[in-house]
Design a binder for this molecule. Structure first.
Ligand code: GYE
Length: 300
């Protein structure tokens, strides 16, 4: 069949667009805020959003995507739980003529397999965290790492950036995943404390939820705020509260409120308008001194 002429092409508006959002889970406050951002933005703009929750399992995300492809959605926005293993389903979307926007975490797939990526630079977040740890432990020392979901772009990038920046006199003596949850953050820190006790001078924790879990363990072991220097990521209200209480010394912001930008991007892609293949979110580092003042205005 001949290519449709411009006049025949359907012009999308927010209210005629159907977006599939196979969310990866509900593991953290970051994720809850991200879900709310997509749902609220869709509601405000009149976008039809097909939402699902994959409970941190890639196979669930893939089946949700397949169901969306079958329904003939206009566009898919995918926050991938892990980086690998997306080729087949991305190809299926491509064959069906459905553009895919990768949201938040990255995928390891050829750039021709998706239209655009929007999210944070996770390596940069790790670098910022490394700089903070350097400042907190000027004389060096032993630290532990509580990392995010294994194989996720967020965990891999943060770990890489952190190691790149960390001073030579600071040694990461152990690193375990806590899957970005409070529930898993606590026992991982408990085990670290049992094994290394007072040797631990600092902890790089890949998100605020795991930090909150870890702090429970640190408190229970009899440590005082600041005994173990904690650098965390996300900048959620829970993270800010932990700074107010003295447990977290620096929080690297990661912005989950990606709904508005993603929907605008989607419309541009669908209407053949110019768009950025890579959109990075602007993020800061927060410290205890301003935490109390900023806490009430935090949106997540
Ligand atoms: O830091 C964490 C969430 O991918 C950036 O996932 C996201 C991370 C975020 O569970 O809290």
């Amino acid at each position: 069949a001949a290519e449709p002429t411009k006049a025949e092409k359907k012009e999308f508006t927010y209210s005629t667009m159907t977006m599939c959002y196979p969310q990866l889970g509900a593991e953290s406050d970051w994720r809850t805020a991200n879900t709310a951002s997509f749902k609220e933005t869709a509601g405000e703009l009149g976008v039809r959003l097909i939402f699902s929750d994959a409970q941190q399992k890639q196979e669930n995300q893939i089946s949700a995507m397949r169901a969306c492809i079958q329904q003939g959605v206009d566009i898919i926005a995918l926050p991938p739980v892990v980086e690998d293993g997306w080729d087949a389903v991305l190809q299926e979307a491509k064959d069906a003529g459905i553009p895919v926007i990768i949201v938040d975490r990255s995928v390891k797939a050829d750039k021709s397999m998706y239209a655009a990526h929007i999210g944070s630079n996770m390596v940069q977040e790790g670098e910022k965290a490394g700089n903070e740890m350097n400042k907190l432990l000027p004389d060096g020392g032993k630290i532990v790492e509580l990392s995010g979901t294994t194989g996720s772009g967020a965990a891999t990038g943060r770990a890489e950036g952190f190691r790149k920046t960390l001073n030579k006199n600071i040694e990461i003596i152990d690193s375990q995943t806590g899957n970005f949850t409070r529930a898993e953050g606590k026992p991982v820190m408990e085990a670290f404390l049992k094994k290394y006790g007072k040797d631990i001078k600092g902890a790089f924790i890949h998100n605020d939820d795991m930090a909150i879990g870890a702090i429970e363990a640190i408190k229970a072991a009899g440590f005082k705020p600041g005994d173990i220097k904690i650098v965390s990521v996300d900048g959620t209200r829970g993270g800010f509260q932990a700074m107010v209480d003295g447990w977290v010394q620096a929080d690297v912001e990661c912005n989950p409120l990606l709904g508005p930008q993603t929907m605008e991007l989607a419309l541009n892609i669908l209407n053949g308008k110019p768009f950025d293949a890579e959109t990075l979110t602007k993020e800061e580092v927060y410290y205890p001194d301003k935490a109390a003042e900023l806490l009430p205005s935090r949106k997540y």
